[in-house]
Design a protein around this ligand. Sequence first.
Ligand SMILES: *[C@@H]1O[C@H](CO)[C@@H](O)[C@H](O)[C@H]1NC(C)=O
Ligand SMILES: *[C@@H]1O[C@H](CO)[C@@H](O)[C@H](O)[C@H]1NC(C)=O
Ligand SMILES: *[C@@H]1O[C@H](CO)[C@@H](O)[C@H](O)[C@H]1NC(C)=O
Ligand SMILES: *[C@@H]1O[C@H](CO)[C@@H](O)[C@H](O)[C@H]1NC(C)=O
Ligand SMILES: *[C@@H]1O[C@H](CO)[C@@H](O)[C@H](O)[C@H]1NC(C)=O
Length: 540
Amino acid sequence: MLGRELFLTLLILRIKNNAVESCHFQNNISAVEEEPFYLKYCLSSSAHGNEAATIKWSKFNESLGWVELNPRPSPRITLHDYALEFWPVELNDQGRYLFQMGNSTQEWELKVTKRNKHSCFSEKQVTSKSVTVKKSFQINCSKNYYEKWINRTSLYKNCEKIEESSKKLLMVKNAKFEDQGYYSCVFSLLHNGKLYNLTSTFNITVLGDHTKRIPVYLGPKFNRVEVELGESIELNCSALANQNDAVYWNFQKENETHVNVHEKEGKEIWISEGKEYVSKILKIEKVNEKNIGFLYNCTVGDTVSMDTQSFILVRKGTTDIPNHVFTRGMIISILISVAVVCLVILCVIFRVDLVLFYRHLVGRNETLTDGKTYDAFVSYLKECHSESGEEYTFAVETLPKVLEKHFGYKLCIFERDVVPGGAVVDEIHSLIEKSRRIIIVLSKSYMSNEVIYELKSGLHKALVERKVKIILIQFSPVSDFVFLPQSLKLLKSHRVLKWKADEPLSYNSRFWKNLVYLMPAKVTKPGQEESEDLPVLSVP
Ligand SMILES: *[C@@H]1O[C@H](CO)[C@@H](O)[C@H](O)[C@H]1NC(C)=O
Ligand SMILES: *[C@@H]1O[C@H](CO)[C@@H](O)[C@H](O)[C@H]1NC(C)=O
Ligand SMILES: *[C@@H]1O[C@H](CO)[C@@H](O)[C@H](O)[C@H]1NC(C)=O
Ligand SMILES: *[C@@H]1O[C@H](CO)[C@@H](O)[C@H](O)[C@H]1NC(C)=O
Ligand SMILES: *[C@@H]1O[C@H](CO)[C@@H](O)[C@H](O)[C@H]1NC(C)=O
């Protein structure tokens, strides 16, 4: 029985509600200042049939208690059937209101909030609604109670006008995330010749569908992170996943290799465009050698689907010199090498000049202390004069003229300096002993007995005893030295000079420079008696 009565009551309530729509059932009501507002009694079944009874509206006053509102309390507040209307409501209208009709009463507590001057709506007066992405939703701009006064209706989204028309319904099919926002219906009410604005706002939130997704990492599955030793870094493992998915770094935490590695507390969760993201940070403080090359793996997911992302630390490239520095360095080093090579080549070419210049500069004299008499023993062809007149002239005239008169050397020329007679062999031997150099004037007809003795004796001293140095002057164009003793061929090539008789020569010519270079260092006293020397040098 009780169940059936309750059902009937609910049914009647439903029907009544349709008839007296937009009445206020709830006790606590809020309004925004400066907007039209009304309080309306909801006719109940008990009040039914008692319509003739007088209606009484009261407002509670702290000192006076319930105070009845006159049938026409003010032009701003009017009574209308079962409703108390405010055109518009003000802050001081806040308070408790009582409706009485016969035995029926209804009481409300009205709260009036201040208008938000910076927004087109009041945040306390919004109706929140969530819609799922790709589903449809609608914004219904209708105010049944104020229907007859509505002059114009405008629709705003986030306080920007999107529509102004007689259309009262905004229908959004296939909702997207950018459809999210505050939708405000602004009604212009014309009442007694005055316009009033009335706003009702919907807070639309677009949600993603909550079907489970397989984690997808942001960034590649395998990451190389360039670090410098001693630097502190954070590895960010983040994935598009589900809020409830676990995210963790897997490395042996108790392993002492990783004392400087810490997982940050808690996971970061954020939602963007209805998609859920999770991330977890791994901090590596003061990266050391052991951290380099180790695979730090991060796992996201649940027991069903999970995935791993790997990070490896690599040392920042040491060859990462900026390109321009590298090029400049290359150019400079090439230039320096070229300069060094040139210098070496120049030194080799002008070695003789440099040595002579040095000797002149320091006044070097190596002939003072060795106790020898001659600077050089000149060995030349003494027989067959008819065939080798040039050599004779060269050895007896040209050589002494230049070396003795101009460069101040002392030569021993057998024919000139040794008195004929006596033991020739002993003589030659002692003369070579007293000489610092042997100058051999070489030609094909060189091989006479005496000369061979000189040669052999000189070679012996030069090569075995190392007491005397040999200078070979290759006189006539000798094509081969087959007749020469084998040992002579071992002579260093710079000790062999070529005399070109048909070239005019001056003291500064390479031939004399080379010869002086091979001669012992001696302080020369030039310019004494050689004014007539030059013609001699121009041997025909
Ligand atoms: C609108 O809805 C969102 C999501 O539900 C909520 O975070 C926000 O506080 C709401 N805004 C107001 C003014 O109620
Ligand atoms: C709205 O009000 C203006 C005067 O304020 C009037 O001219 C116009 O006809 C009204 N529009 C409607 C639809 O009532
Ligand atoms: C009503 O709103 C319109 C535009 O939103 C504004 O121009 C007008 O001044 C408002 N009127 C009142 C009475 O607040
Ligand atoms: C980790 O990366 C995600 C995506 O790039 C980013 O949104 C988040 O702010 C990052 N977390 C930290 C702590 O840097
Ligand atoms: C990290 O993952 C790779 C494969 O992605 C695996 O070879 C390696 O053993 C893992 N390392 C650790 C410490 O779990």
